[in-house]
Ligand binder design. Sequence first.
Ligand code: P6P
Length: 337
Amino acid sequence: MAQRTLARYLTEEQRTKGLIPADLKFLIEVVARACQAISVAIGKGSLGGVLGEAGSDNVQGEAQKKLDVLSNEILLEANEWGGHLAAMASEEMDLPHLVPHRFPKGEYLLTFDPLDGSSNIDVNVSIGTIFSVLKCPEGADLSSPEAAEQAFLQPGSAQVAAGYAVYGPNTLLVLTVGDGVVVFTLDREQGQFILTQENVRIPAETKEFAINMSNQRFWEAPVKRYVDEMVAGKTGPLGKDYNMRWIASMVADVHRIMSRGGIFMYPMDEKVRDKGGKLRLMYEANPMAFLVEQAGGAATTGRERILDIQPAKLHQRVPVILGSKVEVERVTGYHAD
Ligand code: P6P
C-alpha cells in the first residue's frame, strides 16, 4: 500500500470521522514541520553551533540551552501567521505569546515544551518536543499576554489534540486527536512524516519502571513502598522481577512505555513539594496523560487523574505517575491507603 503521509492521514481521518477540522489539520501539519526543522538543528550538534548554554534562564529559573531558545523560536514563527491560533504558551516564556495583530487569529490555543530533556542535549541522548491543543474559550480576554493566561487554564480533559516528537536514532511524531494514538516516522530524504504505527496500545501489566532513584529519601511513603516492592522482585509481594530505566527525557521514557509498556514516575517529593512537583501540567503532564490514556494506560498524580486537574497557573507543576494501567492503579491505591 502507498505510504500514508501525515497530510494524507489527517485528510482521511477528517473524511471518515470528522475529527480534524481544517484549522486543526493545518495546526498539526505546521507543528510537525516545526519539529522537522528542530530535528535538523539537533542533528547538526556541534557542527551547527547550537549546543551549550544560551546565557539566559526560563520561567522555572533553569538555565536555557541554545537549542531550547531556538526550538521555541521555530515553533513561534511557524505558528503565528497561519490564522489557526489565538495564542501560544511555552515552558520557555513567562507569559503567553499572542498572535501579532498583523495576522488573523484562530480558535485554537497551543502549549508546548519546545525541547524537553535539556540536560541530555549536550550528551547526544534522545530529547523531544511536547505539544497540546485546546480550544480558545468564546469571549476570552486576549487584550494582553497577562490577560490571556486565563484562557489556557482548562483541565487536560479539554484537550482536542496532543503529541510529541522524539529526536532519537529516528525522529518520530506521536499524535492523538482523541481517537487513539498513531506514530509517524520522519523520512529525511522525502522530508515527510510517514505513518508507521496505528492504534498504539500500552500493555496493562509491565516489569519495567522509570524513576530517578537518587530522590528516594525524599519520596512519600506510598512511592517508597511501591519501589521497594518492585526492587524486591520475585521474593517480594509482587512476585516478579522488575527492570529499571531512567533516561531523564520524559519524551524518551514515555515513548518506551508507549512502545512496550512500563510505569513512569516523577512523584511528589520533599525537594519539589513547595513548587507542587517537578513536571509542568500544561505542556508536559496533560499532553502525555492524554496520549497515555488514549493508548489504554492511566495517568495520575498519585491522588487524582491528571486530566481532571483544574489548572490555577500556566506554569503549574504536578506529580506524575503514568503508564501501564495495572501498575498505575496499584501505586495510586497505595496513596489512598
Ligand atoms: P531529573 C527534563 O528536564 C525533565 O523535565 C523531564 O523530561 C525528565 O523526565 C525530568 O525533567 C528529569 O528530571 O531530576 O531526573 O533530572
